[in-house]
Ligand binder design. Structure first.
Ligand code: UDX
Ligand code: ADP
Length: 468
């Protein structure tokens, strides 16, 4: 078995993960391949205009690209050259047929597995990096290891399928990869399975043990690994929905959700993290993974469990509807033709990613009310334009949203500023200048509770928060 690694899929997971694997394993050649030629060209761009924004990523790519990290569209040659294949292709929520709106669409994954089988001439370890429903590894193993003809002995290459889910969060991906809480590797409990797990563990240990300490590399059976990823994301999403459910109650009773969270979080059994009330969770994982869990529960007849987890998504949607309802009430029950400046479109700070962003849903709800919307964001404006193309067409009754780089310009003549993403630059803006340029009464709705509301009130703003 050679030490070369290929990762199929150069996305948010594949790109950063392989860059760090290459950094910590200078003795291994790491290839990242993708069918999307534009994406590969961006990873290879001479001035490092990488396809995703992630703090610290550019430095790592500068260090290893061309040394032992290579990006290419030549998927077949890379598979031939490597005995370790990570698969990081996308597994979006299926929008058709059985399980529509809940299950994962596995067609890209299956196509990849079939291609690996067709190309390979030597035994390989195939590692699931995408989040996949429980028991996908078994399906993949049967596709990869089945004989070409019925009844024929399979004397071709053998494939050992492992699950190695990624827990990195966007915005902190490089740090999460360099210093992970844990690395999880699930494998079959057979001699080949155990050998494959040991090989992948040695990748994460790094050259001469320079990377993840052994006690943080946790090994389980394949099913546990697959389920752990879904369960961990569902638990985190559930915490966000739980604190948002408390936030509504705080608004109704005069309690302050940040105080409640602070004191609750001081109990070490509860812990302080993931208790920040806000506009609801976004990102490519949480909703998809919770819905996946719902589908799995339903498939196994666990209907009450399915309903329980579905509540997490329902609560999240409700949180965004509540934001619009509160704006409506505060702005005299009519929003038509008023101007609202949306500060931040990314699903959280420090990323340009807008997948499932709460801002997207809120903007659409405001657009239905014929609000004049101006959107500003330091990193996500081009994704915002792409996501909202359907409501930016000419000839629609509702005014098309505008996309504005400068937040001061976005807020000019606005009736309200709606802060959706907690970018660090927003608390440091000159809010007196913003106030002077807005229509009065001027409202700020800070859905992330990150601005100094006392200062804003002194300037003359009306201020709304979540959970206060
Ligand atoms: C998440 C998981 O954290 C990560 O382990 C997994 O691999 C992928 O999914 P990510 O989606 O990048 O990572 O972001 P995360 O930081 O978890 O935030 C998710 C969403 O929850 C964001 O929209 C964020 O604003 C929101 N959130 C998070 C809150 O509203 N309140 C909180 O207290 C924490
Ligand atoms: P993630 O957040 O899971 O990394 P992304 O959507 O960012 O997901 O990235 C997945 C990548 O996988 C995309 O760049 C897509 O072009 C790529 N991809 C999908 N199917 C295939 C395939 N059959 N072969 C190679 N790459 C693929």
């Amino acid at each position: 078995m050679n030490k070369n690694i290929v990762c199929i899929g150069a996305g948010y997971i594949g790109g950063p993960t392989m860059a760090v694997i290459a950094k910590m394993n200078p003795d291994r050649k790491v290839m990242v391949v993708d069918i999307n030629a534009d994406r590969i060209a961006a990873w290879n761009s001479p001035d490092f205009e990488l396809p995703i924004y992630e703090p610290g990523l550019e430095e790592v790519v500068r260090e290893v690209r061309g040394r032992n990290l290579f990006f290419s569209t030549d998927i077949d040659s890379a598979i031939l050259e490597c005995d370790i294949v990570f698969v990081g292709v996308n597994t979006p929520t299926k929008m058709f047929g059985r399980g529509a709106g809940r299950a994962s669409d596995l067609q890209y994954w299956e196509a990849t597995a079939r291609n690996i089988k067709a190309i390979s001439k030597s035994d390989k370890i195939v590692v699931e990096k995408s989040t996949l429903p429980v028991r996908t590894a078994a399906a993949m193993s049967s596709i990869l290891n089945c004989p070409a003809m019925p009844g024929e002995a399979s004397d071709g290459p053998r494939f050992t399928v492992l699950s190695n889910p990624e827990f990195l969060a966007e915005g902190t991906a490089i740090n999460d990869l360099l210093k992970p809480d844990r690395v999880l590797i699930g494998g079959p409990q057979t001699p080949e399975g155990e050998a494959a797990v040991a090989e992948i563990a040695s990748v994460y240990a790094g050259k001469d043990g320079c990377w993840v300490p052994r006690e943080r590399i946790l090994t389980t059976n394949v099913w546990s690994a697959e389920l752990t990823k879904l369960a961990a994301n569902a638990m985190l999403a559930q915490r966000v929905s739980s604190i948002n459910a408390i936030a509504g109650l705080c608004e109704a009773t005069g309690a302050d959700v940040d105080e409640v969270a602070r004191v609750m979080g001081a109990d070490h059994r509860i812990g302080a993290k993931f208790l920040k009330a806000g506009p609801g969770f976004g990102g490519s994982c949480f909703k998809k993974d919770v819905l996946n869990l719902v589908y799995l529960c339903e498939t196994f007849g666990l209907h009450t469990a399915a309903e329980y987890w579905y509540g997490v998504v329902k609560m999240n949607d409700h949180q965004q509807e509540r934001i619009v309802t509160r704006l409506f009430k505060e702005m005299f029950n009519t929003l038509a033709n008023k101007k609202i400046a949306v500060f931040g479109f990314a699903f959280k700070a420090d990323t340009g990613d807008t997948r499932e962003t709460p801002a997207g849903r809120v903007v659409r709800l405001l657009n239905e009310e014929h609000v004049r919307i101006s959107i500003t964001d330091p990193k996500a404006l081009s994704n915002a334009k792409r996501d909202l193309a359907d409501i930016c067409r000419e000839g629609l009754a509702a005014p098309a949203p505008l996309f504005v780089d400068d937040p001061y310009e976005a807020a000019r003549d606005a009736d309200a500023v709606l802060l959706m993403t907690d970018w660090k630059l927003y608390p440091n803006l000159d809010w007196a200048r913003i106030f002077a340029s807005m229509r009065k009464p001027a409202l700020v709705f800070d859905t992330r509770n990150c601005l100094d509301d006392e200062k804003l009130r002194t300037i003359g703003f009306k201020v709304l928060n979540v959970g206060k």
